[in-house]
Design a protein around this ligand. Sequence first.
Ligand code: C2E
Ligand code: CA
Ligand code: CA
Length: 719
Amino acid sequence: MSDVSLLRKAQQACSDLHLLYVEDDRTLAEATAKTLSSFFKSITMAHDGKEGLETYQAGIFDIVLTDILMPHMDGKEMSRRIREINPEQSIIVMSAHEESSYLMELIEIGIYKFIQKPPNLDRLAECILSTATNINNAKMVAKLANETKQNLAESQELLRNIIDTVPVRIFWKDKDSKYLGCNKLFANDAGLHGQDELIGKTDFDLVWKDQAQGYVNDDKAVMTSGQEKISYEEMQTQANGNMIWLTTSKTPLLNQNSEIIGVLGTYVDITKQKETMAEIQKAKDDLGYQAEHDILTGLPNRTLYFDRLHQAIKKAPRSDTKVGVIFIDLDRFKEINDTLGHDIGDKVIQLLGERLCNSLRKVDTIARFGGDEFILLIEHIKDMKNITEILEKLMKSMETPIKVQEHSLYLTLSAGVSIYPDDGQSAEILIRNADTAMYRAKDDGRNTYHFYTKEMTMESFSHMVMSKNIRQALDNREFVVYYQPQIDGKTRKLLGMEALVRWISPTEGFISPADFIPVAEECGLIDKLGQYVFEEAASQIVQWYNKGLNPGHVSVNLSPIELQQENFIQLLQDKMQALNCDPSWLELEITEGYTMKNPEVAIQMLQGIKDLGIKLSMDDFGTGYSSLAYLKKLPIDKLKIDQAFVRELPENMHDIAIVESIISMAKSMKFSVIAEGVETLTQHDFLIEKGCHNIQGYFYAKPMPSNEMEEFIQTFDNK
Ligand code: C2E
Ligand code: CA
Ligand code: CA
């Protein structure tokens, strides 16, 4: 009786297996095959070793069951060959041999399973079961292994996806900085089609070869130190040629034994952030720039200048050099603004800025302080000659006219200099003192420069106080007009008088117009003061005429600045009308300087005055440089010989010559002529003898208040 459970087990175990059965005894073969057919999924038969081997090669068999003694090729040889093809192949030998030496040979080729021939079913089932169990176990293990492999492949795929999805570039390199792998984003940056293309390449092979050396150096540093390098910024050339900014981190790449086998890197493209940051920075810089620069000229402004001056003062003692502060003011800039307009004024300032810049060394600073004021900072002065040279250069740079539209403007500068440490220890004091010195240059007739001296401070202080006081004095009516007679020395008749303003201050006492007129001109109060004098003088003369007196004309001094008022002529007309003043009772005194500065404008303005019926007299004549030809063009009536030429008459030969030539010039041009500052009889008589009959001076009378003048008018002609 066969063991049923054993058979069932064997049938179960073999149900999926394929058998190759090799047996030359056909009867036995068929009988056995019949028995086994219920066990195996398939049974393939061969009838000798050669056929068995060929069949084996053509198919897939889980078990080979073979006889030993067969024609053409015996079972032993066939088994050996099969083993060569597949060392794992399960082979069961069915044989009548029992000799141990023979079995040993089979064992040597790895065959452990033997069945006695003819086979007993149980023994066959047992043998097949154990073989099948082994095969099935092996298959199970293989399947498991396969599944595990697949799982691994899946998890690798997942990792790959993650690596390719994170918005970070990832790459890893070996010890020679050769790429082992990267993610998609990285491959894109490198302009590669697939990640595999990268493998084996170095940075020198990629689009960013210009940066390769730096990258490789970083790799080396990370690998040799074993320390990661975290979040540092660097640049990278991309496939499209653009440069991008990266934040990179590199860390050593370790194997299972924690040995460094390469470097793992990641980076983020921060170009956008950088650009945004740069925009923010630029906005900040622009603000900073605007805070430190003058918009019109683009030059440093007051703030930046102070900053640089502070620095220069700090540095100077170390190099044992001096620092120069040069304060520059454009002469008569207001005139340009008023006559040509602010647009041209602005352009002039711009061009002036450029011109000043060009006559400086690169190391010097030029700043605009506003209006027409510029200030220079000259460092590293070893010799004061350096400063003088710069000043001369600046002054000379103004000899070429500044061209704006159709205008060629001849401009001049006044400059004041203060030196650190001689003239002050602080930036504030140095600038103030340079400013003071600049005012001195203005007082000296402009177009010049002055070095600061201690004495100036006192003067400028009173200058400052004075300008404040002039304002108050106008409000308080502290200005009084005095009158000085002008007499025909031959007929001893009163021709008229000159109006001369006086400042009688309740605190300071009498202040000379020679002191306060220039200040009033500087601080812009001369217009107001001039109008006041004109009104006083005109209403006074009207009053005297109305009283039936015969005062002649009143001659009022005009500052050149007053003449720059656009509506000046209109103002005169309005005032005369309001006061009911006959224009023939008036005369205006102008100076040569004014007419020479801008002849075209001057001639037009003077003609306007003359057209009102007011006479014009040229004051201080002889001190300027008017040419005869030029004088001819001016619509004036009278030349006034300056008292400087009268003072030393008749001793000074030079003065005699001048006075004589002025008189003959006036005669030839049909101007009348008057001499001022005549104090002595000799001077008086000399002038009359030379043909100048009109006399003004202490010889007849000093300037006097209106009440005294009224008496003078009433009595003089009657003497
Ligand atoms: P100026 O127009 O040349 O005036 C003549 C100056 O000589 C006056 O000085 C007068 O007082 C002085 N003087 C007159 N006769 C003699 C003399 O025989 N000997 C001497 N040594 N001096 C004599 P003052 O009044 O001090 O005026 C000085 C200057 O102030 C004037 O010079 C004029 O340029 C200016 N000034 C005076 N009043 C006015 C005014 O109302 N408006 C303007 N714009 N300037 C004025
Ligand atoms: Ca005068
Ligand atoms: Ca004069």
